[in-house]
Design a protein around this ligand. Sequence first.
Ligand SMILES: *Cc1c(COP(=O)(O)O)cnc(C)c1O
Length: 456
Amino acid sequence: MDTEFRGLPSVDKLLSTGPVKQLLEDYPHDLVVDLVRQRLQQIRQLLAGGKPRPAFEEIVESIVAQAAALGTPSLRPVINATGVILHTNLGRAPLSGEAIAAMAAAARGYCNLEFDLASGTRGSRNSHVESLLCQLTGAEAALVVNNNAAAVLLALMALAKKKEVIVSRGQAVEIGGGFRIPDVMRQSGAKLVEVGTTNSTYIADYEQAISPKTAALLRVHSSNFKVVGFTHSVTIEEMVTLAEQHGLPVFDDIGSGCLLDVTRFGLDPEPMVQQSVAAGVALTLFSGDKLLGGPQAGIIVGRKELVDRLKKHPLARAIRIDKLDLAGLAATLIHYLKGEALSKVPVWRMISAPLDEIDRRAKRWAESLGGLARVEDGETMIGGGSLPGGTLPTRLVAIGGGKVQALSEKLRHRQIPVIGRISGTTLLLDPRSVLNEEDDIMLQALHEVAAGLKSP
Ligand SMILES: *Cc1c(COP(=O)(O)O)cnc(C)c1O
């Protein structure tokens, strides 16, 4: 074993070897020395564990690879051909051209983020979206924070700390990504009072739970699952009527922030922000990057007196939205204001794309795979914790046979990775979740990958 250790190259030897020496052109000397030392240290540990010593060339290669890995952003664009439109792991909503331009403009230089240009004095970042949100939803006031999980935490902490919040047992759920209503409630200092059963809750259940300690009634949209069969739930209108009799507010965490009616696309109804406000809900909370189709944000709309209290709470400062998301959100909301959301907001373009257009794209994709694929009927999911029971008809490019794993790996390892979904032994690619303007990249990718598979 001693000879194994002694056989290790020196730091100087490695630094003077072609590819490592080349690294010194692109990276500071100290960094390259660090990488060399770290690699040698890792190898010494391997040797101590009885592993064989890697060849000199391998050591050199691994150092170069490590430098490349550190020096290239690992977060990069991918093409989402999974058929899940709001794919949380793939970054949820793609943004409109206008939203992207607004974010780039805000990023490039300074902006009037908290500066009132009319008076030349300090302004509020919230003012850039508040009137838009009020106009679109019918609410008196609005506040935007970092994300919806933070919005829910803020509402509970500011308005229900040390008091009780009544939630239907069927809604005390985990939304995904670790957002669990009972945990958020505990963190906020509010006490969760669960009523009803997993499958059915009646208005009388809420009524019996109201006490002098009650701060609010909370509805949580069970956005990522569906209870079917023998169920009963209480409507938001019933909740508001009961709450008002007791002088209490209703908070409504509707999740996806839908402003348009999805039923016209054959989907199950999704709670809409305007409906919640019209029903008399005190605070409606939702995400910016789900069905709203904007950047990450948590949006709270509702009664001015309550929203004002949230604005003043110290937590609001800790979870404030950043200027880039704010710029993108305002641009996205303006699409709704102008009535152009269906044609401008990518999420809605995908949802509203006619089946024959999807079919045409699927056929072109299949052609570039040169006989490896067929086009078949399928379903696109909305995803992102919305519309658990709703899917849209689509046309899928299906690639079967024994090459599925190799193919999906090849697609994933491209400069712009293409992510599909595997069902059994078939790789499925859904044009509905791919932006039209990505079709050229897609065709090129499929063409190259198919050529690669055919050649031995
Ligand atoms: C997605 C979701 C959340 C969390 O929203 P983020 O913006 O991801 O923080 C909270 N509540 C419901 C009902 C949701 O669907």
